[in-house]
Design a protein around this ligand. Structure first.
Ligand code: MD6
Ligand code: FE
Length: 207
């Protein structure tokens, strides 16, 4: 039996195996193709400039960027200076299906986890559209996802996210702390190198 998060925060949804294997494969193929002209790069922490563990890039009219100056959304890739790549149709459909929001997503953050990488506990707080959920797709290796509450020191629960799983942070959970403690790089061969891709769809400006 699969493990579900017990202390559910309002608005949190876990949709295990939303994408069947063939759809996962097609989506990874499409994303890898877009990465050829819209490459992964390594962002940095605000203030300290410490490199992030996970490389990323974005799809859509806006992209989330983190560097020594801070966090922000911008219309161009910070390395190439070009517009970000397009959000795949499959993901726009997913957003229509699960977001319950009257406007399309403007940004899809692509996080690429290699063996040994993680994502610290954080809130997604850089969007003006706080009424829109953030919708996440996991592809490739399994990850240990931790979900907490509204304070950094709120109690947390952990769950494994597998390839094809979708997580929606809406309602109260939109402001909940969460992060990824580890991945299991041998748990999937879908992403080259046993990696994991996490795609998060965001509405940035108010509809
Ligand atoms: C990850 N996910 O699964 C990290 N954010 O790699 C997130 O940071 C996230 O899963 C907002 C909403 C859903 C998420
Ligand atoms: Fe997040």
């Amino acid at each position: 039996m699969r493990a579900y998060i017990r202390s559910m925060i309002e608005g949190f949804r876990f949709l295990p195996e939303y994408f069947p294997p063939a759809a996962q494969k097609a989506l990874v193929g499409e994303v890898l193709g877009i990465l050829e002209t819209n490459p992964l790069y390594r962002g940095a922490m605000p203030r300290t400039g410490k490199p992030l563990s996970v490389r990323n890039t974005n799809l859509g009219p806006l992209g989330w960027v983190s560097d020594i100056k801070g966090y922000r959304y911008q219309p161009v890739h910070p390395v190439t200076g070009e517009a970000w790549g397009p959000i795949p149709e499959t993901l726009l459909k997913l957003w229509e299906d699960v977001s319950d929001y009257p406007a399309p997503p403007e940004a899809c953050l692509v996080n690429w986890y290699e063996a040994g990488t993680k994502l610290g506990l954080h809130i997604d707080a850089d969007e003006d559209a706080k009424d829109a959920p953030v919708v996440s797709v996991s592809l490739g290796s399994r990850a240990l996802f931790r979900l907490g509450g509204l304070e950094r020191n709120s109690p947390t629960s952990s769950m494994r996210l597998a390839s094809g799983d979708v997580v929606v942070l809406g309602g109260a959970s939109r402001r909940a702390y969460h992060g990824v403690d580890r991945i299991w790089p041998d748990s999937s061969t879908l992403v080259p190198g046993g990696g994991r891709i996490n795609l998060t769809l965001r509405r940035v400006t108010r509809a």
